[in-house]
Design a protein around this ligand. Structure first.
Ligand code: ARG
Length: 564
């Protein structure tokens, strides 16, 4: 917002800059240098003048005009300083407008987000957690910017592993265990299947035979498969519920079974299919990629073919203008191949497909591995986080009435934010002690800051003007108050940058900076002051900071208790 304002103020005094001025303006690295600065170098070249003289001349004109802005030339830069007593009140009024932070950049455009997508009968892994949390935040960010968002959970519910699972179940299955702890029981069956088939190769044939029956629509195979799907879904839904996540569609890979044939036909018609060792592939040498496998030698379809059918469905039936895939970086090649095949098929919209990858996350040093049954169950991590949050509350605020509820919100928020605050491609070593602390760069720190602001607002309830009307900016001219106002002005810019890079961490970092600025203001000043005019001004700032903290945290999927 400040860049925009600065551009409007400078333009009349520097018409030579034209509209480009908005692109040149920047926030100086240190607050001592001012609020906004204009590097005059590009313009200097164009006008064949020195940047120093352009900066100095424009500074003089701005200072003469006196619009509550002080200008200064320094080393080819034009630095602007907004006069807080003039500007804080005006800016807060703009921030209080409902439209601020709800731009309509995406109006009329639909984004389909592939997110979470765990595999049936396997534990909900940390990778799926990341996909869920990042995908959900992106969904919220796009929606805040006016897009129509469709969240799709692309469940891994098909493949030869289901034949193995059924074979193992027929031999060693335990119905009680399957009902009580379906994923642990399925995992036990997988591990047993793998161990035993090393000794008895017949078992592998049994697995293949069951998968063949499943694909052929055999009653018993279908029924058992269905049991596994339902049982796993129940477990996954518990996690989604705790994270507060809803999908518009939960469509497993099996949903595309009857849609793959048409894709294979189309590929064949377009002469894109080639044989390779009995399998059917699309060669992508021109794109510098290895061939994309479409049909195995036994005619079975595989993962890439499913993704082709899926993308076409999302485009044609769901009306996607943008297709995002929030999936671990290890699948980068897969998505490159799928998008390249789509392009070969003449789907010009393949350019609107985007893989949004992320790096590995370790939980307290442990890596995920399902094969040997050594896994960290996500629910256990959440439970542990909640238990610690509860101990912290018992310590800090033993009187809190709804302690359990608040502990859940803090514990889950700590895990979610512990993920989102990192740029998504970084590998994360998730450390619960760190993530749950109230005074690090954490979710609980943000929540605590919001609760602090809420408590001030309870005290001064009668002194918060509705739309930041009639407040006197004189009371908001300390460096701390001004810094807090400036941070609030940056909300929409953070939203824009987060969307530009599909990077929720931009919003996470912004919220940490806002919370820090707010806390500095809180410690430096007496907010519930004696004079009414002063109380009104300061509480308005508190109220808007609370509002933006809350809406920003909601974008990331964090809840905000008013007391904790
Ligand atoms: N179920 C897959 C896995 O766990 C992820 C699916 C991602 N989405 C997709 N359209 N391929 O690896």
């Amino acid at each position: 917002m400040l860049l925009q304002l600065a551009a409007e103020r400078i333009a009349p005094h520097l018409p030579e800059a034209g509209v480009e001025i908005a692109e040149w303006l920047e926030y100086p690295p240190k607050p001592e240098m001012g609020d906004v600065s204009l590097p005059c170098f590009v313009l200097a070249k164009r006008l064949k003048r020195s940047p120093q003289s352009i900066a100095a001349e424009t500074a003089d004109k701005l200072n003469e005009a006196d619009g509550g802005i002080r200008a200064e030339a320094a080393g080819g830069y034009l630095n602007l300083r907004f006069e807080p007593s003039v500007w804080s009140a005006r800016l807060l009024r703009r921030i209080a407008d409902d439209k601020f932070g709800q731009p309509d950049w995406g109006k009329g455009r639909t984004v389909v987000i592939d997110m979470s997508s765990p595999n049936i009968a396997k534990p909900f892994g940390v990778g799926h957690l990341r996909s869920t949390v990042i995908g959900n935040a992106l969904g919220n960010l796009y929606r805040a910017a006016g897009y129509r968002v469709i969240r799709v959970n692309h469940l891994g519910d098909w493949g030869t592993q289901f034949g193995k699972l059924i074979a193992a179940y027929k031999r060693w299955g335990n119905d009680e265990a399957l009902a009580a702890e379906p994923i642990r029981e399925s995992l036990r069956l997988y591990v047993k299947f793998h161990d035993e088939s090393e000794r008895s190769p017949k078992l592998a044939d049994e697995g293949r035979e069951w998968f063949r029956r499943l694909e052929a629509g055999d009653d018993e195979a279908r029924r058992l498969w269905d049991t596994f799907v339902r049982a796993s879904m129940k477990e996954f839904d518990r996690v989604y519920e705790r994270l507060g996540i809803r999908f518009d569609h939960v469509l497993g890979e099996s949903f595309y079974n009857d849609k793959i044939g048409a894709v294979v036909e189309r590929l064949a018609e377009q002469s894109l299919l080639e044989e390779s060792d009995g399998a059917q592939v699309v060669r992508l040498a021109e794109e510098g990629l290895p061939p994309c496998l479409i049909l195995k030698s036994d005619g079975a379809t595989i993962y890439p073919a499913r993704d082709l059918a899926t993308a076409i469905y999302r485009k044609e039936t769901m009306g996607a203008d943008m297709l995002l895939y929030v999936v671990g970086a290890e699948q980068t090649l897969h998505f490159k191949q799928v998008f390249a095949v789509l392009a070969r098929m003449g789907c010009t919209w393949s350019e609107a497909c985007r893989h949004v990858p992320f790096g590995l996350m370790r939980m307290n040093g442990k890596k995920m591995s399902t094969r040997r049954g050594q896994v960290v169950f996500l629910e256990e991590v959440l439970d542990e986080a909640v238990a610690r949050a509860e101990r912290m509350i018992a310590d800090k605020n033993p009187e809190l009435p709804n302690r359990k509820e608040v502990a859940e919100v803090i514990g889950v928020g700590a895990v979610v934010f512990g993920d989102l605050k990192h740029r998504r491609m970084l590998e994360i070593d998730f450390n619960l002690d760190e993530a749950i602390s109230f005074d690090g760069e954490t979710g609980p720190y943000l929540q605590y800051t919001f609760a602090r602001a809420s408590s001030l607002l309870r005290k001064g309830r009668d002194d918060v003007p509705d739309r930041a009307d009639n407040i006197d900016g004189v009371h908001l001219s300390s460096p701390e108050a001004w810094m807090c106002v400036k941070m609030l002005c940056g909300y929409e810019e953070a939203l824009a940058e987060a969307l530009r890079d599909d990077e929720p961490s931009v919003m996470a970092r912004y919220l940490l900076d806002l919370a820090k600025a707010f806390n500095r203001f809180y410690h430096a000043e007496r907010i519930v002051a004696d004079s009414r005019s002063e109380r009104r001004a300061k509480l308005t700032l508190v109220s808007l900071a609370a509002r933006k903290l809350q809406s920003g945290m909601a974008l990331l999927g964090l809840r905000t208790p008013e007391r904790m």
